[in-house]
Design a protein around this ligand. Structure first.
Ligand SMILES: [Zn+2]
Length: 358
C-alpha cells in the first residue's frame, strides 16, 4: 500500500504507471483463503499430544511473522462472510481450553509480535482449576490483543445422549449449556462473539443448524483452510500440537487452500451405528484443483478413489470406529505452485450407550 500514499508531483503518465503497478500487486496479494491454527497447551510439562513446547511455539511465531499475515479470528470470519478478500497467506491463531500456560508461555511471545489471537474457554473451570486461566489474566490478555470465545461451560461431549433423551430434549439441553457459557463470557469480558469451538470437535447436522439459526459460528477440529465458501457452522482448524507441531510438516498446511466443495453426499457427520454403506461423492467447483493428482487418506492409510470430471468419490470398506475419525484428501493447485487444496470429512460415532469417548 506504500505506493498509494506516495506524495510526489508527477506527470499524468507516471501516475498512471504507478497506479497500474500498485493495483496489480494488491490484486496478487488478495485471496479468498485463510488457515486457522489450533493450539492447546504451550508447555514442556503437559500431555504430549495436546502440547507444544514454548521453544517450538516461538519458532512457529517467528515463521508466521516472516512468511504469513496473522489476523484476528473475528476479522477473518467477518471478511470471508462478507466475501471480502484477505491478504495472501492469512493465518489465524486459536487456543482451546484456556490453560494458564498460554498466559505464562505463549502470551509474552504473541505480544512481542503484536499477533491477535482467540482462546476458547470453559467458564465453569476458569479461576476454579489450578491449570486454568483466571479472569484477571483474561482481562490482561484482552487488553493486549486476545479475544475470548465459547467452548461450552464444562467441556461436555455435545453429542452424548442421556438415558431416554430424545433428539429435541438433547438439543435443548446442550443449547442451554452453550447459551449459559456465552452469557458468562459476555458478563466477564464485555464481549459476545457467538463463536463456539465444539469440544473434541464433535458436532452433528442438528446442532450445526441450531448454531446457524442463532447467529453463531462453529469451529471444528478437522484439517483444511477456510474461504468464503466454507461451512461457517464447522470451520476446520489445523491442530499444531504433538506430532503435528513440527514446523516442516506444518508449512504445507499453512500454505493450504480450501477445497471449493459445491456438494457432498455426507449431510451429517454423526453416523448412526458407524455404518457408512454408500459411496461418498464430493463435487467441487472451479478449474484450479488438479483432481487427477488427488490423494485421499483414512486412518493414516491411503485409500482408493475415483474421479469423474468435477466429482470424486471414495468408499470405506469397514464400519467407522466409535469416536472420531476422518477422511482427508489433497490435490495440488494449478495456479499456485506448491500449494494444495484440502478436503476433510469428519465422522462421529457414539458407542451403544449413546456416549462418546475422550
Ligand atoms: Zn477443548
Amino acid at each position: 500500500m506504500q505506493c498509494i500514499t506516495t506524495r510526489f508531483r508527477l506527470g499524468n503518465f507516471l501516475v498512471f504507471i504507478i497506479g497500474f503497478v500498485c493495483l496489480t500487486s494488491i490484486a496478487q496479494a488478495d485471496s479468498d483463503n485463510a488457515v486457522i491454527l489450533l493450539y492447546h497447551h504451550v508447555s514442556n510439562d503437559t500431555p504430549k499430544s495436546t502440547s507444544i513446547s514454548p521453544k517450538l511455539f516461538a519458532e512457529h511465531m517467528a515463521y508466521l511473522d516472516k512468511h504469513h499475515h496473522v489476523m484476528a479470528l473475528p476479522d477473518a470470519i467477518e471478511k470471508l462472510k462478507a466475501k471480502e478478500k484477505l491478504p495472501d497467506k492469512s493465518v489465524v491463531i486459536t487456543f482451546d481450553d484456556g490453560y494458564a500456560n498460554i498466559f505464562d508461555n505463549a502470551h509474552p511471545i504473541l505480544k512481542r509480535y503484536n499477533f491477535p489471537y482467540t482462546i476458547f474457554i470453559n467458564p465453569d473451570v476458569i479461576d476454579a482449576q489450578r491449570n486454568q486461566l483466571d479472569w484477571e489474566q483474561i482481562h490482561t490478555m484482552q487488553e493486549e490483543g486476545a479475544t475470548f470465545a465459547n467452548h461450552t461451560l464444562d467441556h461436555v461431549h455435545l453429542l452424548n445422549r442421556n438415558n431416554g433423551e430424545d433428539n429435541a430434549l438433547w438439543l435443548e439441553r446442550v443449547w442451554r449449556n452453550i447459551e449459559q457459557a456465552e452469557a458468562v463470557i459476555e458478563e466477564k469480558t464485555g464481549e459476545s462473539l457467538k463463536y463456539l469451538a465444539y469440544p473434541f470437535g464433535e458436532y452433528n447436522k442438528a446442532l450445526a443448524k441450531r448454531l446457524a439459526d442463532e447467529g453463531y459460528v462453529g469451529l471444528a477440529q478437522y484439517s483444511g483452510a477456510i474461504s468464503s465458501n466454507s461451512d461457517f457452522t464447522a470451520l476446520p482448524r489445523f491442530p499444531a500440537a504433538g506430532n503435528y507441531a513440527k514446523l516442516a510438516t506444518l508449512k504445507t498446511k499453512l500454505n493450504s487452500l480450501a477445497m471449493p466443495v459445491s456438494s457432498s453426499s455426507i449431510s451429517d457427520p454423526e453416523i448412526q451405528g458407524g455404518q457408512l454403506d454408500d459411496t461418498v461423492m464430493v463435487t467441487i467447483r472451479g478449474e484450479d484443483v488438479t483432481l487427477n493428482q488427488l490423494n485421499c487418506f483414512y486412518q493414516g492409510q491411503k485409500i482408493a478413489h475415483q474421479v469423474n470430471k468435477q466429482t470424486f468419490e471414495y468408499q470405506l470398506d469397514s464400519p467407522l470406529p466409535v469416536g472420531r475419525s476422518r477422511v482427508n484428501c489433497t490435490a495440488p493447485s494449478k495456479q499456485f505452485k506448491g500449494r494444495y487444496y484440502w478436503y476433510s470429512q469428519p465422522f462421529f460415532v457414539a458407542n451403544d450407550k449413546g456416549r462418546y469417548p475422550d
